[in-house]
Ligand binder design. Structure first.
Ligand code: ATP
Ligand code: PRP
Ligand code: NIO
Length: 480
C-alpha cells in the first residue's frame, strides 16, 4: 500500500527534540513510551482498539527522501547538515508491542508500547496517536450502534460527511471491525475487502418524469439488487405503492426486490405502515432500510417504538463520532536508558489521574477460570513472574487503592503482542474478517454490566504492587 510519504506527518517539535538529542549525543539512548487514554468516549464502558494496521504500514514506510530533507532545511536554520544527512538513513529499528485490533480496551491501560532509540520513538508519536485515536473512536461508536441493533443489517454511509478522505476509508474499516456489515465507500471496499453496498439517491427519482418510471428503470438496470428510495415525494401515497408495482413487475420476471429505503419523516410510523403495505401486497421478503442522521440512541428509540426496520444506514454521526469528536489518547515516556540500564520516569500532576505510571510494563487480562469472564486488567513491571505463574494477586484501583480484592483462580492473558522486534515486522496482520470475529469474541469475555451503553460499571485497571510501589516512590522522590 504505497501511499504518500507520511514521514513528516509529525509535529515539528518531534524533529526539534530529535535534533537536540542528536546534537547532545543522546539520540541512540533507548526509551520506552506507552500510549493510553484517560477517559472512555461517549460514556461507554469500553473502547474498541483500532489503528494498528495503519501504524504498521506507516512504520514500515518511514523514510526521509530528498523532498522531506530539502523542506526541513528551509524550515530551521539551526538544523546542521550532518543531522539532515543522518535522517537519510533513518529506519525504525526498535520494538513495538500493541493490543490486537478489535480488543476491548479501557482507560489507563497501555494499548501500545514502543521501545526504541529516543530518535525513533519520538518521531512516531504524532502519527501513531493520530491513527489510533481516530480509528479507536469510530470503532467504539460503531460498537455502540451494533449494541443498539445487534441482529440487524448495518451499513456505513458516512463518506460524504467524513473529515476528509482518509477518515472516510479508515473509519469505514473501524466500523466493520465493530460489526458493521458493509460500507457505501468503494475505495474502502477495494482497500480492505469490506463488502460495498448501495441503494440510490433522490436525484435518480428527480431525474425522471415520474417516480414509477424512475423505479422501473432502476430495476431494469440492476434487477438483482433493487433497493428503492421511497421518500422523494410522499412515502406512503406514492413511494411505497410505486415500489410495490415494481416489485410485482420483477416477480413476473422471476426476480425479487430486495428492499425499500426510508430517509425522512417519522421512521417508526412509516416503517410500520410500509411493512403492512408490503405484507398485504404479498411481499414479506422485501426488507426495509432506514437512514437519516441515525445514531445508536435514535436506533434504540426507534426499536422501542416498534419500528419495522431491518437494516440501518448510518453516516454522519458515526464517521464524525458526532457526540465526542476526539479520543484523548496520549503517548508518555515511562523509562529511559541510563548507564546501560533503564530508569523509570514519571510525570507528576496535581490531578491524580494525570500522574503517569512509570516503568517498562506489561499488561494482562485476568480471566476468572470459574466464570470465564474478565475480572480486571493487571499492569506489571516487565519480567514480574507472579501473575504468569498464577500466584494469588491483589487487584486494586491505583487512584483509589483502598478498593481491592484478591484473585487466585485465573488465566492471565498478555494483551500486548510483539509487532516489531528490532525493527522487523514479526506480527502477521490478521485479515479484516478475522479481526471482526475476534472483536465479537472479546465481547463475550465481559459481564454485561461493563458493556451496557448507559452508565456502565467501571472495569478496573490494576497496577501490580511492585508497579504501584515504584509510582509512589517516584512521587515521593519528586516531592522530596
Ligand atoms: N420515530 C422517531 N423517533 C425518534 N427519532 C426519529 C423518529 N423518526 C425519525 N427520527 C429522527 O429524527 C431526526 C430528524 O427527523 P425530521 O423528521 O426532523 O427530519 P426529516 O423528516 O428527515 O426532514 P428532512 O426532509 O428535512 O430530511 C432524524 O435524525 C431521524 O433519524
Ligand atoms: O444521514 P446520515 O447518517 O449522514 O447518512 C447518510 C445520508 O446521506 C444521504 O443523504 P444526503 O442528504 O447526502 O442526500 P439525499 O438525502 O439527497 O440522498 C442519505 O440519504 C443519508 O440520509
Ligand atoms: O447507498 C446509499 O443508500 C447511500 C450511500 C451513501 C449515503 N447515503 C446513502
Amino acid at each position: 500500500m504505497n501511499g504518500p510519504n507520511l514521514t513528516l506527518h509529525t509535529d515539528k517539535y518531534q524533529i526539534n527534540m530529535m535534533y537536540a538529542h542528536w546534537l547532545h549525543g543522546t539520540a541512540n539512548d533507548k526509551a520506552v513510551f506507552e500510549a493510553y487514554f484517560r477517559k472512555l468516549p461517549f460514556g461507554n464502558g469500553f473502547a474498541v482498539f483500532a489503528g494498528l494496521e495503519r501504524i504498521v504500514r506507516y512504520i514500515e514506510e518511514l523514510r526521509f527522501g530528498d523532498e522531506e530533507i530539502d523542506y526541513l532545511r528551509t524550515q530551521e536554520e539551526n538544523y546542521r547538515e550532518a543531522f539532515l544527512e543522518e535522517l537519510r538513513s533513518f529506519r525504525f529499528t526498535g520494538n513495538l508491542y500493541a493490543a490486537p485490533e478489535g480488543t476491548l480496551v479501557f482507560a489507563g491501560m497501555p494499548l501500545l508500547c514502543v521501545e526504541a532509540r529516543m530518535f525513533e520513538a519520538q518521531l512516531i508519536e504524532t502519527a501513531m496517536l493520530n491513527f489510533l485515536n481516530y480509528q479507536t473512536l469510530v470503532a467504539t461508536k460503531a460498537a455502540r450502534v451494533k449494541q443498539a441493533a445487534p441482529d440487524d443489517g448495518l451499513l456505513e454511509f458516512g463518506t460524504r460527511r467524513a473529515q476528509e478522505a482518509d477518515a472516510a476509508v479508515w473509519g469505514a474499516r473501524a466500523a466493520y471491525i465493530a460489526g458493521f456489515h458493509a460500507t457505501s465507500n468503494l475505495r474502502a471496499g477495494m482497500m480492505f475487502g469490506i463488502p460495498a453496498k448501495g441503494t440510490h439517491a433522490h436525484a435518480w427519482v428527480q431525474g425522471h418524469d415520474t417516480e414509477e418510471e424512475a423505479f422501473r428503470k432502476y430495476a431494469e438496470a440492476l434487477p438483482d439488487q433493487v433497493t428503492l428510495l421511497v421518500d422523494t415525494y410522499n412515502t406512503l401515497t406514492s413511494g411505497v405503492p410505486n415500489a410495490i408495482k415494481v416489485a410485482k413487475l420483477l416477480e413476473s420476471r422471476g426476480k425479487r426486490m430486495q428492499a425499500i429505503r426510508l430517509d425522512s419523516g417519522d421512521l417508526a410510523y412509516l416503517s410500520q405502515t410500509a411493512r403492512k403495505m408490503l405484507d398485504e401486497a404479498g411481499l414479506p421478503y422485501v426488507k426495509i432500510v432506514a437512514s437519516n442522521d441515525l445514531d445508536e440512541n435514535i436506533i434504540f428509540n426507534l426499536k422501542a417504538q416498534g419500528a419495522k426496520i431491518d437494516t440501518w444506514g448510518v453516516g454522519t454521526k458515526l464517521i464524525t463520532a458526532a457526540d465526542q469528536p476526539a479520543l484523548g489518547g496520549v503517548y508518555k515516556l515511562v523509562a529511559r536508558e541510563k548507564d546501560g540500564g533503564y530508569v523509570p520516569v514519571i510525570k507528576i500532576s496535581g490531578n491524580p489521574e494525570k500522574v503517569t505510571n512509570p516503568g517498562y510494563k506489561e499488561v494482562y487480562r485476568i480471566v476468572n477460570t470459574r466464570t470465564g469472564k474478565a475480572e480486571a486488567d493487571y499492569v506489571t513491571l516487565k519480567g514480574e513472574k507472579g501473575v504468569v505463574d498464577g500466584e494469588r494477586i491483589k487487584l486494586f484501583d491505583p487512584v483509589h487503592p483502598y478498593m481491592h480484592k484478591y484473585v487466585d483462580h485465573y488465566e492471565a492473558i498478555p494483551l500486548l503482542q510483539t509487532i516489531f522486534a528490532d525493527g522487523a515486522l514479526v506480527y502477521e496482520l490478521p485479515k479484516l474478517d478475522r479481526i471482526q470475529q475476534y472483536h465479537a469474541k472479546q465481547l463475550t469475555l465481559f459481564w454485561p454490566q461493563y458493556l451496557r451503553k448507559l452508565n456502565p460499571e467501571t472495569y478496573r485497571i490494576s497496577l501490580s504492587e511492585a508497579a504501584y510501589k515504584l509510582k509512589m516512590d517516584l512521587i515521593e522522590q519528586h516531592h522530596g
